[in-house]
Structure formats: structure tokens, C-alpha cells
Design a protein around this ligand. Structure first.
Ligand code: NAD
Length: 252
């Protein structure tokens, strides 16, 4: 492991532009379970697909009920060691962008500016009208549901309001996909951290980076779908690995 950390530090030092690509594994040490680990509450129910959400008020009410159950359990989370090291890599000019599959807003909370964060699966800390895009706070939605016993509709255009996350079956956000492509094509080092690299199209970005001749490093506690493609695979805890990287990079 020590040799791997040295190799990663050397790669970061010699890279011109690094992209950090994160999955649920960067947030598990913050108390937010990842998607696939056994017993996680994300897997307790079959996910509600986007078309089903659109199709009935009853399904939307159920989706909101489940969402608030998860949100209330994890919304107190604060950034972990992984988020903090990534933020420092950004502020020292090493990392240009953070492309994340996470919806927990913890990269922003760790101090990475919004302009440098690309949220492929949206953001779970607020809601949006699916028709006009108007933003709504979650507590507003909660209050509407409690008082009217029906899911919220947009006050401007009467469109359906949904958490600002991307559900299964929902089209990927075009702007974020374009930003992520551009950041990936500009990178000569691509760090994939805490993602099983099984959810596409998000997992296509490490493949894209590699085919553009960037070096690919995967840090994950278990094998991922793309290990065979990587220049370096570090099997370990993200907080531990990135803390060691930070110690070597900045001699703390
Ligand atoms: P995933 O659950 O498929 O993969 C997470 C990976 O991280 C797993 O392979 C796991 O072994 C690894 N891991 C977990 N904790 C780790 C740690 N401390 N150190 C090293 N590795 C660790 O998640 P995914 O591939 O990111 O995709 C799941 C989807 O579910 C995401 O696209 C996201 O939209 C959503 N999700 C988001 C959050 C969040 O916002 N925090 C949490 C769960 C799921």
C-alpha cells in the first residue's frame, strides 16, 4: 500500500490537470450508506422509476415519504476526510473539477466552489419543478404534503415538483454531462474514488478519460467494474488513503 500511495502522489505531482470522480464511497465515513452494501436503506425498497413518479400522485407521495425518511437520517452529515483532501487538491490547483455521482452536497460543504462541482445525478438538498425548473426547498414540499395530503406542484406553472436528483429512467442532465465530458477531456489524471463503476453513463467517464490517454487511478475498498483498465488500483478506505496522500503531498 505504501508504494501505491507514493505512486499516486507522484502522479498527482506530475499531472497538469486532475479530475476527481466520486461515488457513494467517499461519503460512507460521514454516515451515509452507499448504494449496494448489504442492509443499506437505499436497497430496502425497489427504486421508483421516473415514469412511475410522473404517472401517479400516489407514487409521488410514496417517493416523497421514502425520500424524507432517508434525508432525515443523513442530512446532518458533514464532509469526511476524503472530501477535505479533495477540496485541498482543488484549492492548491491540482484538481480542476469534481465530477460526482453523489447527491449529498458534501463537496460544496467541504469548500469546493459550485462552479467546479459537476453533479451527474443531481442534488438532494432541494427540489425543482420538472417543467420550468423553479427551485423549491425541501421543507416547503414537506409542509405542502402535510397540509394538503398530496404531492407538491409548482406555484408558477403547476408542473410536478421533484427532488433535484436524477431517478432511474430519468434523462441525464445535458449541461452536466457536457461539462463532465469537457473536464474529462482536459484531464491528464483521472481519480475514481468510492464508486463501484457500475452505474452508466456515469461510469463512462473513467473510460473516456483513459481513451483520451489520461492516467486512471481507482481507489475503492472492493474491486470495481473498471479495475482492468486502470493504471493504478488502490484497494483501501478512501479516508485513510487520501489522508496518507495529503501527508506526503503537504508534509503535515
Ligand atoms: P455504489 O454503492 O455502487 O458504490 C460505492 C462503492 O464505494 C462500493 O464499491 C463500495 O465498496 C465502496 N466504498 C464504500 N465505502 C468506502 C470507503 N470508505 N472507502 C473505499 N471504498 C468504499 O455507489 P455508486 O457507484 O456511487 O452509485 C450509486 C448511486 O446511488 C450513485 O449514482 C448516487 O446517485 C446514489 N447514491 C448517492 C449517495 C450519496 O449521495 N452519498 C449514497 C448512496 C447512493
Amino acid at each position: 500500500m505504501a508504494n501505491d500511495i507514493d505512486e499516486l502522489v507522484e502522479m498527482i505531482q506530475s499531472a497538469r490537470r486532475t479530475v476527481a470522480f466520486t461515488g457513494a464511497g467517499v461519503s460512507t465515513e460521514c454516515g451515509i450508506p452507499d448504494f449496494r452494501s448489504p442492509g443499506g436503506f437505499w436497497t430496502r425498497y425497489k427504486p421508483i422509476e421516473f415514469n412511475a413518479y410522473l404517472a401517479s400522485e400516489e407514487t409521488r407521495l410514496e417517493a416523497w415519504r421514502r425520500y424524507f425518511m432517508i434525508y432525515d437520517a443523513v442530512s446532518h452529515a458533514t464532509p469526511g476526510r476524503g472530501h477535505q483532501v479533495i477540496a485541498r487538491l482543488y484549492h492548491t490547483g491540482k484538481v480542476s473539477h469534481v465530477i460526482t455521482q453523489n447527491i449529498d452536497d458534501l463537496h460544496r460543504a467541504s469548500g469546493v466552489p459550485e462552479a467546479a462541482i459537476i453533479e451527474l445525478h443531481g442534488n438532494g438538498s432541494y427540489a425543482k419543478c420538472l417543467t420550468c425548473g423553479e427551485r423549491y426547498e425541501l421543507e416547503w414540499a414537506r409542509a405542502v404534503i402535510a397540509s394538503e395530503s398530496r404531492p407538491p406542484y409548482c406555484r408558477s406553472c403547476a408542473g410536478i415538483v421533484k427532488t433535484a436528483t436524477i431517478s432511474f429512467g430519468q434523462p441525464m442532465p445535458e449541461e452536466e454531462m457536457a461539462l463532465a465530458r469537457a473536464a474529462t477531456f482536459n484531464a491528464d489524471l483521472f481519480l475514481a474514488l468510492g464508486s463501484s463503476l457500475q452505474v452508466f453513463p456515469a461510469a463512462g467517464f473513467p473510460v473516456m478519460a483513459k481513451s483520451n490517454r489520461a492516467r486512471l487511478v481507482i481507489i475503492n475498498r472492493e474491486p470495481t467494474g473498471l479495475d482492468a483498465l486502470a493504471d493504478l488500483v488502490i484497494a483501501g478506505e478512501i479516508g485513510d488513503v487520501l489522508t496518507s496522500v495529503a501527508e506526503r503531498l503537504w508534509r503535515q
